[in-house]
Write a protein that binds this ligand. Structure first.
Ligand code: CUO
Length: 684
């Protein structure tokens, strides 16, 4: 890999330390033109250059180029928070992404980055550079360090940093023991919502969400970055699955499914006290007290002026579009919502992104919902407070209101899906293929899945600015399950080998009161576990599939990847496997927690006809393995069926058993949780 390409990664190291200080493990020094130094350092640039070039093992000569106009992105103060959901921030980021995308080569990009790194808000800089690296042709194959390492302040209790600073100052890197991140530190047990804090505050889940929005930005001047295959539908589906997963997790913990946040005039019952500090803004994230109500926003500083009634107007227009099964275009014409593209159009309108067909009329509903909620504590900026965690895609999933807001968004999509005809038998069946059984096998024996706590470590050294260098590990506790395999028995009577798509889902068997779930509710709680293409020989056969191979998840190592643990030589095929892979549900959260008694779930397997599912494209390159929620980079979504098929639409069947065609099977399973913590074994 070229040095210029690899050098870009140094801008992720210690984000608020100026880049003329030594960066990275190799102690790299950036020799910059004097005019690149910020004013406060300019007069001392010679001294600084001598000081920091001394002892450096590498020097990068930064090219002196005519710099583009950076005035718009520089409007965001260096020490403020940055939110993708705030329209003004989005415009600034859109501009900066555009600048990074348009630099003619890597050396020029490196120049503009070194100028920006010391001036542009670090969160925005990191986001825009990440988007550019993911989308520029000449930066493909570059692994961005995990966001939790660059900005650990967005993911963990600030007490950890105090201790980490102490440890890194007092001890040499080799002698440092991991700093312990407490589990469940944001509320007491008397707060029922705390029972699912392990889900909401999971580092991997929040990383996945941040990464998803990085892969699918909603604003950029370069339309191709936004206009990806079925992105509106994927916005719907990925978030629908989050709601389904969270609902199941709640049910395992004797909590009801999330109540939709659909009455914007009523107080929000749930409070949330994040206990996070922004290291860049040197501020604690503001809390939301229980019983807060969203109010009209008038924050000149963010150029936001919007009334709650606006949100209601947009909502009514969505309901009207669904009622009419058509949206209104800017020219006043109607555009029908059809089975092929309707959900994608609605998803783009709802999110909304620059590819919304009519932003003027349908507005910015989902994003502004985040904004209204995140400013409920200071809607007119009189207390000079910044937004709460709902304002940032890296932190939003910590707050219980995230799920209530998205449950409502999901409900609107569901209203639309309910207007589509149920799948006809021939859409579901795969003649000649009979699934005679499905089950799981693992440490718990047949059809029992096992979960428990596990303690792992994450590297903090890269994100601890202005402290002695070297590794500082933090150890944290998360849910984990034992590996297992799916075992599927198939009978192919078609007389020849065929290709099928195996679709695996699971849902609770019972409702919150212990009664069997109505099928229409159960189908909305179906969580996707895996989906894969399979050759099916004539006659009887057995398919075995390892849970680690799930198309939903990325391996633990990728969620928490560490640059220095990257396999193979840079640029090798092995290293490429590791690239652009941060998006994907964290594997340790594949399975809900279950209960100590054993939580009853139903496992569902369907084999559909691959000839009707397949998308013709070559899948060269890496990271095709978490496509269910993330799609595939630069490719079409690898399944022609609607996302969530076959459960995305209501049906006339009134039980899962009624719904089954011969190419489907179900099994009763339990998830048994053991309340014990194990140490994560050496990396698999
Ligand atoms: Cu992912 Cu609301 O979109 O957070």
């Amino acid at each position: 890999m070229s040095d210029a390409k690899k050098n870009l990664l140094l801008f992720f190291d210690r984000p608020t330390e100026p880049c003329f200080m030594q960066k990275g493990e190799e102690k790299t020094f950036f020799r910059m033109p004097t005019n690149y130094y910020p004013d406060k350092y300019k007069s001392a640039s010679n001294v600084l250059e001598n000081r920091f070039s001394d002892g450096a093992s590498r020097t990068i000569e930064v090219r002196n180029i005519a710099l583009p106009n950076l005035s718009l992105p520089m409007e965001l103060p260096y020490n403020d928070q940055f939110s993708l959901f705030v329209p003004k921030h989005r415009r600034m980021a859109g501009k900066l992404i555009d600048i990074f995308m348009n630099m003619r080569d890597l050396e020029d990009l490196q120049s503009v980055c070194s100028f920006c790194q010391m001036r542009i808000n670090p969160y925005m800089f990191n986001y825009c550079l990440s988007v550019a690296i993911l989308h520029r042709d000449d930066t493909k194959g570059l692994t961005i360090p995990t966001f939790a390492e660059t900005f650990p302040d967005k993911f963990m209790d600030p007490k950890v940093f105090r201790r980490a600073r102490e440890v890194s100052t007092v001890l040499n890197a080799g002698d440092r023991l991991p700093v312990l991140i407490p589990q469940n530190y944001t509320a007491a047990e008397s707060e029922p919502e705390q029972r699912v804090a392990y889900f909401r505050e999971d580092i991997g889940i929040n990383l996945h969400h941040w990464h998803w929005h990085l892969v699918y930005p909603f604003d950029a001047e370069n339309r191709a970055i936004v206009d990806k295959d079925r992105r509106g539908e994927l916005f719907y589906y990925m978030h629908q699955q989050i709601i389904a997963r969270y609902s199941v997790e709640r049910m395992c913990n004797d909590l009801g499914r999330p109540r939709r946040y659909n009455d914007f005039r009523q107080p929000i019952e749930e409070g949330y006290f994040p206990k996070l500090d922004s290291q860049v803004a040197s501020r604690a994230w503001p809390p939301r007290f229980a019983g807060s109500t969203i109010r009209d926003l008038d924050r000149p500083v963010d150029q936001i002026r919007s009334d709650v009634s606006q949100l209601e107007t947009w909502r009514d227009r969505f309901l009207e579009a669904i009622e009419n099964m058509a949206i209104i275009l800017p020219n006043g014409r109607q555009m029908p919502l059809n089975e092929e593209t309707g959900i994608d159009i609605l998803g783009n309108l709802m999110e909304s992104s620059i590819i919304s067909r009519n932003r003027g009329y349908y507005g910015d509903m989902h994003n502004m919902g985040h904004v209204f909620i995140s400013y409920s504590h200071d809607p007119d900026h009189r207390n000079l407070e910044q937004f709460g965690v709902m304002g940032d895609s890296a932190t939003a999933m910590r707050d219980p209101i995230f799920y209530r807001w998205h449950a409502y968004i999901d409900d609107i999509f569901h209203l639309y899906k309910a207007k589509l005809p149920p799948y006809a038998q021939e859409k579901l069946d795969f003649p000649g293929i009979r699934v005679s059984g499905v089950g799981v096998e693992g440490a718990g024996g047949a059809n029992e899945l096992r979960t428990q706590w596990e303690q792992s470590t994450v590297e903090l050294g890269r994100g601890l600015d202005f402290t002695p260098r070297g590794s500082v590990l933090a150890s944290f506790t998360h849910l984990q399950h034992d590996d297992f395999s799916y075992v599927i028995s198939v009978n192919n009577t078609s007389g020849s080998g065929v290709m099928g798509t195996v679709r695996l889902f699971a849902a609770p068997a019972l409702d919150e009161g212990g009664r069997p779930l109505a099928f229409d509710e159960q189908r909305r709680l179906m969580i996707e576990l895996d989906k894969f293409t399979q050759a099916i020989p004539a006659g009887s056969s057995t398919i075995r599939r390892n849970s680690l191979d799930s198309s939903v998840t990325i391996p633990y190592e990728r969620t928490f990847r560490n640059q220095s643990n990257r396999p193979g030589d840079p640029g090798s095929a092995e290293a490429a496997e590791f690239d652009f892979c941060g998006c994907g549900w964290p594997h340790h959260m594949l399975i809900p927690k279950g209960t100590q008694r054993g939580y009853p779930m139903v496992l569902f397997c369907m084999i559909s006809n691959w000839n009707e599912d397949r998308v013709m494209q070559d899948l060269v390159g890496a990271c095709n393995d978490a496509a269910s929620y993330c799609g595939i980079r630069d490719r079409k979504y690898p399944d022609r069926r609607p996302m969530g098929f076959p459960f995305d639409r209501p049906t006339a069947a009134n039980s899962l058993a009624d719904f089954l065609t011969p190419n489907m099977a179900v099994a009763d399973c339990t998830i048994r949780f053991t309340d014990a913590t194990r140490q994560r074994a050496a990396r698999r």
